[in-house]
Design a protein around this ligand. Structure first.
Ligand code: TRH
Length: 384
C-alpha cells in the first residue's frame, strides 16, 4: 500500500542526521514504493552528501523524493499520513495544529538515535500523548536485535554492493575513479572517517611499519588535519597523495552517499564514526574501528561498551579483549602504535568475524521495514 510520508530533519552538526534521514527516505521510496517528502533545515550540509541538490530551491525532487527546505514559516500544506520527527528535531507548531485538525490523525513517529544498550528494547514502541493536542507519538528506537526498531540499510542494496565487490576489477576501477591508480593486488585498503582524534597518529605509525603496501583513504574532513600533522604538513589538499615507505595516503573529496557506501564495501578496514557510517560499515562485512559521537556526559562510552558487549560475542577471549582495548585507545585519543600493530596482525580474524556479524544483523529487524509495517498497520486501523 502506497502512502504519503513527511520526514522532518534538522542538521545539528556533522552529517549523521541528514545522512540517516536521506538514506531512510531513499529506502522507503525504492524498496517500499512510498511517497516521501523530506523536510530539511540545512541544504548546504545536505548537498555535501547529495551533490545533485539545489541549495536555492524551496522544493525539488531527487530520485522521486520531494525535498523541501524547512524554513520557519511552513507553506500551506496538508500533513502526510505518516509523519517522522527524526533525531531529536521538533515538529513546527503550525504543522502539529494541522495534524490535530485532521479527521484521521497521522501516524506520528519520533525516530531516535541508535544504541545497543538494553533499555532500547524496553523503550522502543512506547507512546507519549501531546500535552495539549489530540495526538500521540510513538518512539522508534533503532538498535540491535528483536524488540528494537532495527538497523538502517537496504538489504537489496547490500546484495548489489556485495556482488559488485566480488566482480573482478570493480574495486580497482572504483579506486581509480577516486584517483587511486596502480594499487598492488595485495595492498591493504583502509578508509578513515573520524572526528579530530590524536589517536590517529598511533594507527598511522603502525600502518607505516606494515610489511605490505597499504593505502589509507581519507575523505576530507575533521581527521585530515591529524593526518597532515603526522606527515609533517600544514594541511592536506583533496586529491593529494603522500607516501611514507609502503604506506600511501590519499586525501579524497567528501563523497556522495552512494559512493561513500562503495568505499566502505571496497576497503579492507574502515574507520567510522557517529551512527550512519558505523551501521553501513557493519553491513559491508568488513572490520571497523568505531568512534561514537562524543557526548559531554560520557554517554558515548556506555554506547561503546554496550555495542562491544554484543559485537565481541563469538571472538576468542584474547581477540575480543584486543578489539576492546584498540577501540578504547582510539576513543581515549591515546597514541599507541603497539596496540595497532597487534590489531592489524589479527585482521584476518576480524574480517571473518565481521562476516559472521553481518549474517547476524541481517536476521534482526530492519528499520525501514519496521516503520512500514507499523505505519501501515496503524493506517489500516486508524485513530480518529
Ligand atoms: O557525521 P557524523 O559524525 O554524524 C553524527 C552522528 O550521526 C551522531 O549520532 C549525531 O548525533 C551527530 O552526527 C549530530 O557521522 P555519521 O553518523 O557516520 O554520518 C555521516 C554521514 O555522511 C553518513 O551518512 C555517511 C556520509 N558520508 C558521505 O556521504 N560521504 C563521505 O565522504 C563521508 C565521509 C560520509
Amino acid at each position: 500500500m502506497k502512502t504519503r510520508w513527511d520526514i522532518f530533519c534538522t542538521v545539528i552538526d556533522n552529517f549523521g542526521d541528514i545522512g540517516i534521514a536521506w538514506r531512510l527516505a531513499r529506502q522507503l521510496k525504492d524498496e517500499f514504493d512510498q511517497e516521501v517528502c523530506l523536510w530539511v533545515d540545512d541544504l548546504v550540509s545536505f548537498k555535501r552528501l547529495e551533490p545533485r541538490l539545489n541549495t536555492d530551491a524551496v522544493i525539488q525532487q531527487i530520485e522521486g523524493i520531494d525535498i523541501r527546505h524547512w524554513k520557519e514559516n511552513l507553506p500551506e500544506i496538508e500533513p502526510a499520513r505518516v509523519v517522522i520527527e527524526a533525531l531529536a528535531c521538533h515538529l513546527p507548531d503550525a504543522y502539529l495544529q494541522k495534524m490535530a485538525a485532521m479527521a484521521v490523525k497521522p501516524v506520528w513517529i519520533n525516530l531516535e538515535y541508535l544504541s545497543a544498550e538494553e533499555w532500547v528494547a524496553e523503550c522502543h514502541g512506547l507512546t507519549s500523548p501531546h500535552p495539549r493536542l489530540p495526538l500521540t507519538q510513538t518512539f522508534f528506537i533503532p538498535g540491535f536485535g528483536p524488540g528494537t526498531a532495527g538497523l538502517l540499510g537496504s538489504l537489496r542494496q547490500h546484495e548489489e554492493l556485495a556482488s559488485w565487490r566480488d566482480q573482478p576489477g570493480e574495486r580497482a576501477r572504483f579506486f581509480s575513479s577516486l584517483g587511486i591508480d596502480s594499487l598492488p593486488d595485495q595492498a591493504l585498503t583502509i578508509s578513515l572517517f573520524a572526528y579530530d582524534n590524536p589517536a590517529i597518529a598511533g594507527l598511522l605509525d603502525a600502518l607505516a611499519r606494515l610489511p605490505q603496501p597499504t593505502c589509507l583513504i581519507v575523505p576530507e574532513g575533521k581527521a585530515s588535519s591529524r593526518v597532515a600533522a603526522w606527515l609533517g604538513l600544514v594541511g592536506l589538499q583533496s586529491g593529494q597523495r603522500v607516501k611514507r615507505g609502503q604506506l600511501a595516503i590519499h586525501s579524497i573529496p567528501f563523497l556522495d552517499q552512494v559512493h561513500y557506501d562503495r568505499l566502505l564495501w571496497a576497503c579492507d578496514l574502515n574507520c567510522v564514526r557517529g551512527e550512519d557510517s558505523f551501521i553501513q560499515a557493519q553491513w559491508a562485512a568488513r572490520p571497523m574501528i568505531w568512534q561514537p559521537y562524543v557526548q559531554e556526559d560520557g554517554a558515548h562510552w556506555k554506547k561503546l561498551q554496550a555495542f562491544l558487549g554484543l559485537y565481541q560475542q563469538g571472538l576468542e577471549l584474547e581477540t575480543a579483549n584486543l578489539l576492546a582495548e584498540a577501540w578504547r585507545v582510539w576513543n581515549a585519543g591515546e597514541i599507541n602504535r603497539e596496540i595497532w600493530r597487534e590489531y592489524l596482525g589479527n585482521l584476518p580474524e576480524f574480517t571473518c568475524h565481521a562476516g559472521r556479524w553481518e549474517t547476524r544483523i541481517k536476521s534482526w529487524p530492519n528499520l525501514a521495514n519496521e516503520l512500514v509495517k507499523f505505519a501501515l498497520s496503524k493506517i489500516q486501523s486508524p485513530v480518529f
